[in-house]
Design a protein around this ligand. Structure first.
Ligand code: ATP
Ligand code: MG
Length: 426
């Protein structure tokens, strides 16, 4: 046998059995986002590598070791997007969306990170990305979080805890960084290799370490809350008050700093204990400096990304079921005349009811084989045409899902009326 070509490690296929869940998640999120005035933006999967270096930050997991970077045929360094914010901000600047304007945007699609594949962590994964450009907050911060809470509610998702923190402004963070570096330098012997390297360039990233051996040291490190400027503290207090007024539970997690450099003030994560170690389902924060840093005019902003693989898994764990898009009607046609009549009848049914899912038995087969396919298809009703029905202009209508479902033969032009009652209570 010829050898098979295999998928790339960490890159999954979403098969028809699961695509219904994905479509349901995406449609629900689109609906909720639309209800808050967010509009879709679509940006390329490939960007210049420089875009991510300048936004995410040089000393981060993503830029140091997770990007799919290569030279194109002209020797220009390109990178498959590891996240969506940078590309959206680039597009907004480049297309003049930002100047004296505000935009609530969303986007969805695959992201690429060269990580160690495991449950909840893949090399191609999907995010639903939300960005509000031109809003200083904290009103928009609160509204964004309320919008996410609504999405979880509509999806029937439970077991999510909202963790919240403020990481202040760059000046305070610089002082915090020094304090943190001094602390870790005092415990040099307990640092792993990555952390030693980050000590001078970006000690806050040490807090992001997933190395279990480092957790105790990290837990005792100084907190960023001691380094907030007054305005950031007020911003954070108002956000908490707005969330409390809206009845949204949250926990302030003073250790939450997030793994990308561009964040400031509000950072948050929705975390679950149901998915093992990969528990963050949605994460985000303010990035008031990013637009300017990428060459635009100063524009306050906040954004977040939902990890769709993790959301889908949690949705299933919470008992969520989405339509499978199986056919409702399976049309059995035995013989050439029956097939021609059947194709025509199926067209007429779809004309009358554009949302009706009708699957015609293509590929021939005897009556028994076709009925087996009808059963296996998941359809609720079989329409059966043989030579007799074809010449008489009739069709047999048979319920497939209930014992005692009877079969009746009707004129083809009233087939729809005959089958609808069988679909009604499904
Ligand atoms: P983690 O700490 O799990 O690595 P992160 O901070 O790198 O997450 P973000 O860049 O904030 O993640 O991405 C937002 C969301 O995207 C995460 O909360 C998670 O749900 C999802 N996500 C991130 N990386 C992956 C991945 N490799 N595979 C699947 N989902 C991911
Ligand atoms: Mg990560």
């Amino acid at each position: 046998m010829t050898a098979q070509v295999q998928a790339i490690r960490g890159m999954s296929d979403i098969l028809p059995a699961d695509s219904g869940t994905w479509a349901h998640l995406e449609a629900t999120l689109r609906g909720v986002l639309g209800a808050y005035g967010y509009r879709e933006i679509r940006v390329p999967l490939l960007e210049r590598t420089e875009l991510f270096q300048r936004s995410i930050g040089e000393v981060t997991d993503i830029v140091e070791k997770e990007m799919y970077t290569f030279d194109d045929r002209n020797g220009v360094s390109l990178t498959l997007r590891p996240e969506a914010t940078a590309g959206i901000v680039r597009a907004a600047i480049e297309n003049g969306l930002i100047h004296n304007q505000r935009h609530r945007l969303w986007s969805t699609g695959p992201m690429f990170r060269y990580e160690k594949p495991q449950k909840g962590r893949y090399r191609q994964f999907h995010q639903f990305d939300i960005e509000a450009l031109g809003y200083p907050g904290p009103d928009i911060d609160a509204e964004l979080i309320m919008m996410l809470a609504r999405a979880w509610r509509l999806l029937g998702i439970r077991h999510l805890e909202l963790q919240l923190n403020s990481i202040g402004m760059p000046a305070g963070r610089a002082r915090y960084r020094e304090a943190l570096a001094a602390y870790f330098r005092g415990h040099l012997g307990q640092l792993d290799e990555d952390s030693v390297r980050r000590l001078d360039r970006n000690p806050m990233r040490i807090l992001d370490s997933k190395n279990p051996a480092m957790q105790e040291l990290i837990a005792a490190a100084p907190l960023i809350s001691g380094y907030l400027d007054d305005e950031s503290s007020a911003h954070f207090a108002t956000l908490q008050a707005l969330l409390t007024a809206a009845g949204i539970p949250f926990r302030v997690n003073p250790r939450l700093v997030r793994g990308l450099d561009y964040y400031n003030r509000t950072v948050f994560e929705w975390v679950t204990d149901q998915l093992g170690t990969q528990g963050a389902v949605c994460a985000g924060g303010r990035y008031d400096g990013l637009v300017e840093q990428l060459g635009g005019s100063p524009t306050p902003a906040i954004g977040c990304a939902i990890g769709l693989e993790r959301l889908a898994e949690l949705f299933r764990l919470c008992g969520g079921v989405a339509g499978t898009a199986a056919p409702q009607v399976y049309l059995v046609a035995v013989g050439d005349a029956a097939l021609a009549a059947g194709l025509r009848l199926a067209e007429n049914l779809r004309d009358a009811r554009p949302d009706l899912r009708v699957e015609v038995n293509c590929g021939g087969g005897g009556f028994k084989a076709q009925m087996r396919r009808a059963d296996a298809s998941g359809a609720v009703v079989a329409l059966i045409l043989g030579e007799d029905e074809a010449s008489a202009g009739t069709v047999a209508v048979k319920g497939l899902r209930r014992t005692g479902d009877s079969q009746q033969t009707v004129r083809q032009d009233v087939a729809l009326a005959a089958l609808l009652p069988l679909l009604a209570d499904r």
